[in-house]
Design a protein around this ligand. Structure first.
Ligand code: NAI
Ligand code: NAD
Ligand code: ISE
Length: 343
């Protein structure tokens, strides 16, 4: 069986997802695309030789009879309307992060999905599919380092475009840590504080970069995370868990160890596309497979909502400098069946 997919947003990641579904993965076929930049949508249809119709807008694509499932890869602020429209017609939807840019928007999606009684939404938090994060989770759960006490992490991008706003450090960048750390620790957050160190001279005028985020979890685990989006030297994701009896580090991406010119060195990646390339493949293959079975196996709309509640609190903490509480309601029963299993 082949899942007929429509893609909304043919920018950087939309094109990547189209290429992987078309050339690398099995069980999915791109039958429809749309983008506010129509030329860009046409270009991907041509270069990939897709047998796909180009729609004028996302809503027409969602309603099209031959579109069975939707991938939303347009800009973050547009996600909410497209996911709600897909739910309204009962079609499964894979939405890139963030699910919506506010907790209120995500809540509407959660309520609409529950009202249909069907699991329809998966959010693009691909780090849960990363072999490194999965290995780290297995170590924590094996008890080899005792109970986790502290987590040190860093999310570093070499540079960001001029369009990158101050809030994007949280809603676009740090949102990955927000999701993956609660999954890794099997915990939720209770408070956040954000402090600003000396600003790098490489950041644009409007941007405070880097930032240090201090999160506390329900179990009392303390997380300190650096967000540094103009670090220049590479795309670098670090995560170290300090436990009662040992320390566990996220594995570095594999790279040839080079002895040359009196140096022992390994390369550092520079692009997010390469760092998590395998995770995107695994994530979308899992989405296609589970969608064909009428299930959602990956991060749910509830996970998207929790990430947004947390990122709202982070934005407040960034603005005020205060310790901001994070309060969540109980997870609805509807989402208990979707808990991802790590092999
Ligand atoms: P992009 O700017 O390259 O692409 C977005 C595309 O969406 C553009 O082509 C734009 O014209 C189109 N678009 C915007 N609004 C639209 C609308 N209403 N209807 C149709 N098309 C519309 O951005 P990029 O980097 O591809 O990011 C897209 C999304 O993917 C964002 O939500 C971002 O957070 C997420 N993303 C996720 C990553 C991950 O690691 N999971 C990595 C990069 C992006
Ligand atoms: P992008 O700007 O390259 O692409 C976005 C595309 O959406 C653009 O082509 C734009 O024209 C189109 N678009 C915007 N509004 C639209 C609309 N209403 N209808 C149709 N098309 C519309 O951005 P990107 O880097 O591809 O990011 C897209 C999304 O993917 C973002 O939500 C981003 O957070 C997410 N993303 C996730 C990861 C990840 O690691 N999971 C990485 C990058 C981006
Ligand atoms: C981008 O949208 C991503 O999702 C990348 O993973 C992240 O590193 C980057 O900072 C975001 O802008």
């Amino acid at each position: 069986m082949v899942l007929k997919i429509g893609v909304i947003g043919t920018g950087a990641i939309g094109q990547d997802h189209i290429r992987r579904i078309t050339n690398k993965l099995s069980g999915g076929k791109i039958v429809a695309v749309t983008d506010v930049n129509k030329e860009q949508a046409k270009a991907i249809v041509e270069t990939q030789n897709l047998d796909a119709k180009i729609y004028d807008d996302g809503h027409e694509l969602i309603k099209a009879d031959d579109v069975e499932a939707i991938v939303v890869t347009s800009w973050g602020p547009t996600h909410e309307e497209f996911v709600l429209a897909a739910i309204e017609v009962g079609k499964p939807v894979f939405c890139e992060k963030p699910l919506a840019i506010t907790a209120e928007g995500c809540k509407k999606i959660v309520e609409a999905e529950i009202a249909t009684g069907k699991s329809l939404v998966q959010v693009g938090y691909m780090r849960r599919y990363d072999t490194g994060y999965r290995a780290l989770k297995n170590v924590i759960e094996s008890g080899k380092i005792g109970e986790p006490l502290i987590v040190h992490c860093a999310h570093r991008n070499p540079t960001v475009p001029d369009t990158y706003t101050g809030d994007m450090a949280i809603v676009d960048t740090f949102i990955h840590e927000i999701d993956v750390l609660r999954w890794l620790l099997n915990d939720d957050y209770v408070s956040v504080q954000i402090v600003a160190p000396r600003k790098t001279s490489n950041a644009l005028e409007h941007l405070q970069d880097p930032l240090i985020v201090l999160l506390e979890t329900k179990q009392g685990i303390r997380i300190n995370a650096e967000i540094f989006v103009n670090c220049q030297y590479g795309y670098d994701i670090q995560c170290q868990v300090v436990g009662e009896t040992g320390i566990a580090n996220l594995p570095e991406p594999s790279s040839v160890v080079l002895r040359s010119e009196a140096k022992l060195s390994t390369e550092i990646l520079v692009d997010w596309k390469d760092r998590f390339i395998d995770s995107y493949d695994t994530e979308l293959q899992d989405w296609i497979n589970s969608t064909l079975k009428g299930e959602v196996n990956g991060p749910t709309a509830w996970d998207g909502y929790v990430a947004a509640v947390t990122s709202d609190a982070c934005l407040e903490a960034k603005e005020s400098g205060n310790i901001v509480p994070i309060s969540l309601e109980e997870r609805p029963e509807f989402y208990n069946k979707n808990l991802i299993v790590v092999e």
